[in-house]
Design a protein around this ligand. Sequence first.
Ligand code: ZN
Length: 246
Amino acid sequence: MFPWLIDTHCHFDPEDEASKLLKDAHECAVRVIAVGGNEVNNQTAMQSGAPFAWGYDWSCAGCAVTLTRLPGMIAVGELGFDFHRGYSPEAEQGQREHFARQAAFARCEALPVIIHTREADEVTVSALHEADLPKAGVIHSFTGDCALARRLLDLGYFISFSGIVTFRNADLLRETAKYVPMDRLLIETDAPYLAPVPMRGKRNRPAYVRHTADFLAALRGMTLETFAQQTLENTRHCFGADAVGG
Ligand SMILES: [Zn+2]
């Protein structure tokens, strides 16, 4: 039997059969955290039956959003900052307000947050610093260098690696993946996107987290057993016992 792994970040589309994907994951000894980020993904995450996160990402900045503590909810997210489509002070302000409302909720409910950041390093670090959340959380599908990882680790966040770390042109990210302390590292698919090598180009699914785990264990010179045990333990520290099935 394989050691159990956990995909700490996947999304279900309405056309996905979440129950089938979860069954497939369990058969490959993979547990799942289903993640929201907009109205549709929040609903599919909640209905999947897996431990789930509910939140509103940068694309929902300016929308009226409702945050309620729901049974099975283990985190707020994903939320965060993204200036891939262009930076402006107004966009920054809008995203910061949107972030602050959800951070206040996370604080109130003592929940960790799942953070998305893209082309927004400085704003993300400064907003997380200001929010000073007691539970912190995770920076998901991390793509930054060691210096950025250091700043986020110092704020108490875990760093999660997706299939991107297996891509051919990701040498810099592999340096970061060797640098992050083993007790602060998580793994994820970010399915349905970003399928790891050798599945690159296919529609990603939680079971494929195994490829990323194999890759990272080898990169760090560890057995898969040790790697799996440690990342499961990290997930428990980050999200609580309910996230890993007790
Ligand atoms: Zn995501």
